[in-house]
Design a protein around this ligand. Sequence first.
Ligand SMILES: [Zn+2]
Length: 221
Amino acid sequence: MPTLIYTESGLHPRDAVHDETVPAGKGWLHPLKAGQYFRILDLEGNQAVDTLFFNAADPGDRYDAVNTIRSQGNIFLTTGTRLLSSEGNLLLTITADTCGRHDTLGGACSAESNTVRYSLDKKHMHSCRDSFLLALSRNPQGMGKRDLASNINFFMNVPVTPKGELTFADGVSAPGKYVEMRAEMDVMVLISNCPQLNNPCNAYNPTPIRLLVWDSPAKAD
Ligand SMILES: [Zn+2]
């Protein structure tokens, strides 16, 4: 595994305008204004945080994994990654990362993937796709299934072998690791804090995350 580069943030939680802990298995839908900073903190380590971003003014313009990968010429997300939309707009930029690498290839767990990857009797277990849809159903803009494109898995480690195979490896995150990004336009954040009980990447133990937002210009510590 290559050496990971860690970048710390100067922002302090006491200055945050929003500070919330979200348990595993819960969805979260939240707006960010252009210029705000957003941090996802992995409280207990190796949690998978399935995330999508939408242009707040036009939710049909949303995070696009292919545009993001092509633009930076790399499949892993970390500090400096520009998260691009399906229309090629810049949604957010990752500004700090103490984990070092995040996945955007592995997708979100669903009843279908539970069945294919694990076994038929796992079909009815909680999944990120269900959490995404439940959170979206509370959105007055009437979003739903059609708005679920390929997502980001923050803190998840999905290395690609020389043959091009995806592998779900042990996590590279740990308690207290975080990733932070700046909204470059008004966006909506949709998170499923993964409830998955069958994947070794979270040690079969999904855990809570802490979500913080700072106004811009942000106060340095
Ligand atoms: Zn999941």
